[in-house]
Every structure is written in C-alpha cells, then in structure tokens.
Write a protein that binds this ligand. Structure first.
Ligand code: NAD
Length: 256
C-alpha cells in the first residue's frame, strides 16, 4: 500500500500503460481519476476496478489533454471527488508519423504537438498549481519515449514532442522544488499496447528483438515503475529520465 492516502490523476487511463497504472495504483491504496478522451473506455476501467474489489477507488472523467480548459476542469474534478491531487501521470498520447518531406503540417505536425506536447505542459501547469496551493508537495510523472532521445523512422514530430516532455520535466523539477513537488519522465521502448499491437506480427517480432529480453514490455511492467516513482520510496529521483525500455538503447549485435 505504497500509495495509501494519495490521490492520482492518470491521463490516457482508459488503455494500455495508463489502464495498467490505474489498476496498480488502486492496489497500492490510491484513489485514481481515470482521465481520457474516450469516456466510455475510461468508465469501463472504473468498472474493472470495482469488479476487482476496490469500489469507490476510481472515477472517470472525459478530457482532451490538448485543451487547457479541459485539463483545468480535470484537476478540479479530482479535487471535487477525492479532495486533493498528490500525483499526476501525464501519459495520454498519440503515435504515428510520415516521412518529413511528405508532411502536411496540419496533419503530421500540429495535432501531435497539441496532444503529446501541449497536453503534458497543461497537465504540469494545472496539477502543479493545485499541488502548490495544497502546500504538501506532489509528484508529476510524464510519459516520454526512447524516441524523445533519438531520431527514428517516421518519427519527426513524435520525437520532438517526447523530447519536450523530458525538457518540461527538468524545468518543472527546478521550478517546483520549492513547493516539494517532484517531476520525473519515463521513456518506454516497445510496449504491448494498441499503439504497437496494430502492427503486423512480423513487425512486432522485430520490435521485440530490439529489447534485451527479446520480447515486448507489458504495460503492467511500466505500471510497476510508475507506482514506485509516485511513492516516497523514490524521493531522490527528481528532474530526470527513468528508462523503462528493457535495454532498447544498449548497443547489441546478434551473430546468429
Ligand atoms: P494507448 O493507445 O493504449 O493509450 C493512449 C490513451 O491516450 C488512449 O486511451 C487514448 O484514448 C488516450 N488519448 C489520446 N489522445 C488523447 C487526448 N487528446 N486527451 C486525452 N486522452 C487521449 O497507448 P499506450 O501505448 O498506452 O500509450 C501511453 C503513452 O505511452 C503515450 O504517451 C505513448 O506515446 C507512450 N509510449 C508508448 C510506447 C509503446 O510502445 N506503446 C512507447 C513509448 C511511449
């Protein structure tokens, strides 16, 4: 029960990494606002939580993280339902991309920057203000990607947005330290969620082979780390990137 008494907001909580983290946080004693643009699926996750024996531990809210007023309303809703906000996991995101020279900025740049970059900034700002007002510290965890630290195929915009998440995290940690608020970014590699599962088996096998255990990461494995980062056990981890990529960035050469 490492998160006993904590209230957390998880954006993108209806699916994948977010959904697994909702379940993990509730098992660790937290109250969780499941925030997603897909309200029906967020409500389904709340129903799963209740079926697992944690009635009242989670609630759903519709949010488009690319709209600041929505994000402010999400934070206000968490306070209304659960009384405070101690943790925000800025995790909602979209993936995909096109070759740079084929970009239509209105399709291949602006929408992704709005969700993956602005969305994280809005979450840091709105939740940071609430945490500072409460005066009892807090933790801001944001999902970047290994692509936030490298160039990759079809990833021009995604890499930029995910790099911004790392920069926001450093600056937020610096600016909010006086309020006892920590900020941490995570960089997943290849996680078995709808983002990856949409691809062919052949491509998924290639993705799996890029990680040191030779398999895709399960969303629950990311959730375990996020729960640690949200807890006081990780209190000296601040302003930095925590790699959750199963060795993706480590050079390896297979001879077979
Ligand atoms: P997912 O598609 O299962 O979950 C993403 C969730 O975000 C969905 O429930 C979706 O409805 C929600 N969402 C999308 N746009 C939104 C918006 N504007 N407002 C609110 N909610 C919105 O994917 P996932 O793999 O669990 O992705 C979670 C995060 O992890 C994303 O930021 C993604 O970029 C990042 N990530 C994933 C991988 C991977 O391999 N799956 C790798 C690195 C980083």
């Amino acid at each position: 029960m490492r998160l006993d008494g904590k209230v957390a907001i998880i954006t993108g909580g209806a699916s994948g990494i977010g959904r697994a983290t909702v379940h993990k946080f509730v098992r660790e004693g937290a109250k969780v606002l499941v925030a997603d643009i897909d309200l029906a699926r967020a409500e389904q996750v709340v129903a799963e939580v209740e079926d697992a024996g944690f009635a009242g531990a989670a609630a759903a809210v519709a949010v488009d993280v690319s709209v600041f007023a929505d994000v402010e309303a999400m934070v206000a809703r968490a306070v209304e339902i659960f009384g405070a906000v101690h943790v925000i996991f800025n995790n909602a995101g979209i993936a995909g991309g096109a070759p740079l020279l084929e970009h239509d900025p209105a399709v291949d740049y602006e929408p992704m920057i709005r969700v993956d970059q602005h969305g994280v900034y809005y979450g840091i700002l709105a939740a940071g203000r609430q945490m500072a007002k409460q005066g009892a510290g807090g933790v801001i965890i944001s999902t970047s990607s290994v692509y936030g630290e490298q160039a990759a195929e079809l990833s021009f915009t995604y890499s930029a947005a995910k790099a911004a998440v790392i920069s926001f995290t450093r600056s937020a940690a610096y600016e909010l330290a006086e309020h006892g608020i920590r900020a941490v970014a995570i960089t997943p590699g290849r996680v078995a969620t709808p983002i990856i599962n949409q691809f062919s088996q052949e491509l998924r096998d290639t993705f799996a082979s890029e990680q040191l255990r030779g398999r895709l990461t399960e969303p629950e494995e990311i959730a375990d780390v996020v729960a640690f980062l949200a807890s006081d056990e990780s209190r000296v981890i601040n302003g930095t990137v925590v790699s959750v990529e199963d060795g993706y960035s480590v050079f390896k050469q297979r001879l077979d």
